[in-house]
Design a protein around this ligand. Sequence first.
Ligand code: HEC
Ligand code: HEC
Length: 309
Amino acid sequence: MYNLNRLFCTLVVLALLSISTMSFAENAGHFGIGKTATSEEIAGWDIDIRPDGKGLPVGQGSVAQGEPLYEAKCASCHGSFGEGQGRWPPLAGGEGSLTEDRPEKTVGSYWPYASTLWDYINRAMPYPAPKSLTPNEVYAISAYILYLNDLVEDDFVLDQSNLATIKMPNEENFYIDNRPDTNNTRCMKNCKDPRKIVVQHSLRGITPDQEAPAPIKQDKPVLSEVAIKGKITYTNSCLVCHGSGIAGAPKTSDKEDWRKRSEKGIDTLTKHAIEGYQGNTGIMPAKGGNLSLTDEQVKNSIQYILEVQ
Ligand code: HEC
Ligand code: HEC
């Protein structure tokens, strides 16, 4: 009996040992967490396009095809000629302005490679619906933006093999910075008074110096608790369009518009804001494009909009 017990215990110990050595061997050099990414998963992330065109899918699009697409999907923010609406970024113009006091950095005046244009549009635009364009649409819209910058003719057709041959005007000004501004010797005596060292919070030509959309006035009647909760969501996810009325969004300060909309009732408004809504003036993306918001956060932020009227 005693021996049988011992044998059994030994077997259990051996079994456990072999299981643990197996998993150690499998994850040698790791902590035994995570898993190896599959080639499909890697392909989903690996979408960058290199200056030499590496990474581009096969496809093509002409300036002529790009024009109506751009007008429908991009012009409301970037302007029909790439001049930029309001505070949205311009995409064309600014040539020769980089050394001036107010440099205007656009695709044409600043960007070093045409590949960045394709890559950026493909991964991030249109702003409310990234990754919604087909490769051919990205080619066509990119061709049109190059045309708006006078970099190609109006009969140009962009494809995977000619994109890298387009020479951008500012390419030469991108080079490895060899100024000795790092690895300095640490100052140990007679150093500058740290109180006089100022960190500048604005960058020439990058930090916008125009006014941000006017914040909601504070002198309104006391807000309900729900509306107070909604204010932060509103500020982070809705103000961008509803503050200034961009792309057809009803301005938060437009009493008459919101009075009419509020007749639908908060439940309908909430449903529209959660699921997305297309009315007569534009497209309200689902949850304002921030899908991580909970339904309750969306509802609270609408309550806020309605109460500040
Ligand atoms: C709702 C407004 C909106 C729409 C519509 C929109 N964009 Fe944009 N776009 C933006 C914003 C905002 C940025 C800046 C994003 C940032 O800096 O993070 C931007 C940046 C860009 C840039 C980079 C500009 C730069 O110099 O850094 C390009 C290129 C661009 N958009 C192309 C497009 C194209 C092409 C479309 C249509 C398919 C489009 N956008 C539609 C808002 C919009
Ligand atoms: C990218 C721009 C954009 C953002 C961001 C945005 N909206 Fe809108 N919203 C719109 C547009 C455009 C409309 C008008 C649609 C129409 O009536 O044609 C609209 C309409 C609405 C309406 C009225 C719907 C109706 O039935 O009349 C509500 C409510 C609303 N938005 C709530 C929100 C909330 C809440 C947020 C933030 C969580 C938000 N929106 C963020 C663009 C935006």
